[in-house]
Design a protein around this ligand. Structure first.
Ligand SMILES: C[S@@+](CC[C@H](N)C(=O)[O-])C[C@H]1O[C@@H](n2cnc3c(N)ncnc32)[C@H](O)[C@@H]1O
Length: 272
């Protein structure tokens, strides 16, 4: 079954056809990879039909994560729903860098994830620093709901607020936040016009913005961070120089970090 499904996906130009076939079949059979390869029985007619439907959806360009409703992020199993940005592997570098920026900070610390989407980065920070107070903000009601569902399912307690960047944060935290992290919408309109159709399955407001959000976040960071507090943001291709210049207007120890493909992906800095 897997061999035929892999061939079918490959003929429709789907990336990683073998692994995709495995993930879809694991989802239909509600098992993991080891479970899949230890099954001895044929597929029931019901499961075969469900697998066939899943293959068709994938071949017609629906993102894998929308079909399975799941995506792993730093080993955390996140629920995914259409209407909320699907976390990408490259954002794991942002989450990792954010936690590393906190190594010198003692608990209890305060961390804020702006533009949280599924809650991915905020949940990872809280998972690594359980004593921290972690607040997550998103402008989208669907994202706020999904981040809340992910937090409950994982048993990780974070505060999730709806609003525009810093607006919903409690005023008493001004000047005392240890870490602000964000993966904001950063594609330009021109880049959006050329992305794969699959990328457009994510909402436009989660994708497009250029460096406007980076500028607003750096400005806000000067108000909300404590002296020495860290800011870590994800950037798009070719944005490193511009975002570094924006950081240097307010922050020090500014540096650029790369993703696994060697692309500039993250800018970090600290408030003097
Ligand atoms: C690129 S997605 C990142 C989601 C998540 N942090 C991740 O890495 O998977 C950007 C997110 O920013 C949210 N967003 C867009 N504009 C915003 C704003 N002005 N204030 C807060 N959130 C915003 C979108 O709803 C979306 O969830």
């Amino acid at each position: 079954v897997l061999v035929r499904a892999t061939d079918y996906l490959a003929r429709h130009g789907v990336d990683s056809p073998r692994r995709t076939a495995e993930i879809l079949l694991e989802d239909v059979l509600d098992t993991d990879r080891a479970g899949l390869y230890s099954l001895g029985d044929d597929l029931s007619a019901h499961d075969a039909r469900a697998f066939g439907r899943a293959l068709c959806r994938r071949c017609s360009g629906e993102p894998l994560q929308h079909i399975t409703g799941a995506q792993s992020f730093m080993g955390l199993d996140l629920q995914i729903r259409p209407g909320v940005f699907v976390p990408r592997p490259e954002t794991e570098v942002v989450a990792q860098s954010a936690v590393e920026m906190l190594t010198r900070v003692a608990d209890p610390l305060v961390a804020v994830d702006l533009c949280t989407g599924t809650g991915a980065i905020a949940l990872w920070v809280k998972h690594r620093r359980p004593e921290a107070r972690v607040l997550a903000v998103d402008i989208s009601a669907e994202a706020v709901r999904l981040a809340g569902d992910n937090a409950s399912r994982l048993g990780i307690e974070i505060e999730i607020l709806r609003g525009d960047l810093f607006d919903p944060l409690p005023r008493e935290l001004e000047g005392s936040v240890d870490l602000i992290v964000s993966n904001p919408p950063y594609l330009t309109e021109d880049e959006y016009a050329t992305v794969d159709p699959e990328v457009r399955a994510d909402p436009l407001f989660a994708l497009v913005g250029g460096t406007a959000a980076h500028r607003a976040i750096v400005q806000g960071a000067a108000t909300w961070l404590r002296p020495g507090g860290a800011l870590v943001v994800e950037i798009g291709a070719g944005q490193a120089d511009e975002v570094v210049a924006i950081f240097r207007e307010r922050l020090e120890e500014v540096r650029v970090m790369r993703d696994l493909a060697g692309r500039d992906r993250v800018v970090g800095g600290r408030l003097p």
